[in-house]
Write a protein that binds this ligand. Structure first.
Ligand code: COA
Ligand code: MG
Length: 289
């Protein structure tokens, strides 16, 4: 499936060092997986995780789920070896941590250009530092750049802000990143919800991210998948409304009118763009099953 046309409701981080979790993910109804070599992997496990992950991904078995590999940063002692190993398997996307400048991305893009296995490999960026947020609109235009992942734990640390249920202190960062992603036409995924046993809190945060315009949420535990998939999918009512709007607008156009009315609300061409996107998303989700 075309990576841009697929759903990204639920995007689960899996530590590249955890064999059981890597195995379990093959059965989970997630839209995408971030196979992690960075912060979810302990320093003493870095080399083993790299070997285990490249072997696991070469064997396959992840079906329609998008596969994104998060490497360690180029400035760390593992960054080069991670990139070298991961390029051999030509993954769908490589996720770079703590991206703060377009140059960091261009450097990796040039390496991918020179590697025959990586002709179609995209680059994604973690936006998780103040500099990253401030430069997001430039980073979004980098070669091969296709998606942002918000690193809200790192951001909160650097901003020195408090965790609040309404995430007020993070709003500027979330929305600046989203603006940049939308301006460039790339995917934007919300950060993780740490309390993985708190379904109500997760639902509220998913709804907030969805309402802001995020494509989906990154997750740390399988228990978070069901709620997230539900919140980020168009509801039956939304699909029904989209169908009725399209039908009403077609009818209006046939009569030479540019405007229709559905449920007492005006429907113009721009609403039809949204309605068609809703139907396309519902269909893409159905195709994941
Ligand atoms: N992906 C896939 N499977 C996972 C998983 C994940 N992120 N987290 C847990 N599982 C699996 C476990 O392997 C276990 O499977 P099993 O039944 O086959 O043994 C099952 O889900 C239940 O796990 P549980 O015992 O509830 O979790 P835990 O206490 O072992 O681990 C965490 C809890 C938070 C440490 C773990 O979920 C984790 O490592 N999450 C990812 C963290 C991460 O990637 N952070 C970086 C980005 S913020
Ligand atoms: Mg981080």
């Amino acid at each position: 499936m075309d990576l841009a046309a697929r759903p990204y409701r639920s995007v689960l981080y899996i530590p590249g060092s955890k064999e059981r979790a890597l195995e379990k993910a093959k059965t989970l109804p997630v839209d995408a997986i971030i196979f992690d070599l960075e912060d979810a992997v302990a320093v003493e496990e870095k080399a083993n995780a790299r070997a285990l992950l490249t072997r696991t991904l070469s064997d396959g078995g992840y079906g329609a789920r998008a596969q994104i590999v998060r490497v360690n940063g180029a400035e760390t002692e593992w960054g080069d070896a991670d990139l070298f190993a991961v390029m051999e398997i030509g993954p769908q996307a490589i996720l770079l941590p703590k991206v703060e400048s377009i140059g960091q991305v261009t450097e990796v893009a040039e390496k991918l250009d020179a590697h025959p296995a990586c002709a179609d490999t995209q680059i994604w960026a973690m936006i998780e530092t103040p500099r990253g947020v401030l430069h997001a609109h430039v980073i979004a235009t980098a070669p091969r750049m296709s998606g942002f992942v918000l690193g809200t734990n790192d951001l909160a640390k650097d901003l020195n802000c408090r965790f609040r249920a309404d995430r007020l202190p993070l709003q500027t960062s979330l929305q600046t990143s989203l603006l940049a992603a939308r301006a460039a036409g790339i995917v934007c995924l919300d950060g993780v919800y740490n309390a993985f046993k708190d379904d109500d809190g997760l639902r509220a945060e998913c709804e907030q991210g969805r309402d802001l315009g995020m494509d989906g949420k990154t997750l740390i535990h399988p228990a978070q998948v069901a709620v997230t998939n539900e919140v980020f999918a168009p509801s039956e009512e939304e699909v029904d409304l989209a169908r009725r709007q399209i039908a009403a607008f077609d009818e209006a156009e046939a009569k030479g009118l540019g405007v229709a009315v559905v449920d007492g609300k005006i429907v113009e061409n721009l609403h039809i763009v949204t309605a068609k996107a809703t139907l396309a998303k519902a269909e893409a989700i159905a195709n994941m099953a």
